[in-house]
Ligand binder design. Structure first.
Ligand code: M6P
Ligand code: ZN
Length: 192
């Protein structure tokens, strides 16, 4: 059997950039416009701008059982109306796969949800270590004034399933009220 060679990569803990990352992708508002609740503000912003919401650097390995993918995400500070910038959110295609996050800097939350509509939030801040158990959809939200920078590690066979959670949406949203993040019920959540 031909074995893979070990390797190391250099992370910048402030910017989240991985030197020599194999993949790098960016998510602009246009690609996730259906996910924010304030349609009026969204359309207003989209008329003149298409802001960068977050980007991801990834170290790719063969997508096979036993391998682990490591990536960093950088979610920029900002809001669409009262709702903070966030990731799209996904289930794993292989639902039994878990994921771990380690936060380098910034302030935020991981919003998690099961197919039964159970919903949880876990705080993200410098040095927070968050466990995303199997079967939970997960989205990360930046509620601070600085970029939220974190690394994630998950099985290479996990895959991303965006469609299932996109269809129903997350049951909770995180909005700014009187200068503070508040977790609220999503008025557009489609109960099964
Ligand atoms: C984390 C990980 C990645 C994910 C990224 C962005 O770093 O969970 O797997 O791609 O966040 O989130 P999303 O894929 O939901 O846009
Ligand atoms: Zn994931």
């Amino acid at each position: 059997m031909k074995l893979m060679k070990p390797f190391g990569k250099q992370f910048n803990l402030t910017t989240g950039v991985i030197d020599g990352a194999d993949n790098h992708w960016t998510r602009y508002l246009k690609e996730m416009r259906g996910m924010y609740q304030d349609r009026e503000v969204l359309n207003e912003i989209m008329n003149s701008d298409n802001p960068l919401i977050y980007e991801v650097y990834e170290v790719s390995v063969p997508e096979e059982a036993g391998q682990l993918i490591q990536c960093t995400s950088i979610i920029y500070p900002g809001k669409i109306g009262k709702e903070y910038y966030m990731t799209k959110g996904h289930y794993h295609k292989k639902k039994s796969c878990a994921e771990v996050y380690l936060c380098f800097s910034g302030q935020g939350y991981v919003l998690l949800q099961t197919e039964d509509g159970e919903c949880e939030t876990v705080e993200m801040k410098k040095e927070a270590f968050v466990y995303v158990p199997p079967y939970w959809a997960h989205r990360t939200i930046n509620v601070g004034k600085e970029p939220l920078v974190f690394t994630g590690v998950y099985p290479a066979e996990a895959g991303h399933n965006y469609g299932s959670i996109e269809k129903v949406g997350f049951a909770k949203i995180i909005v700014e009220e009187q200068g503070k993040p508040v977790i609220k019920r999503n008025p557009n959540f489609k109960v099964k």
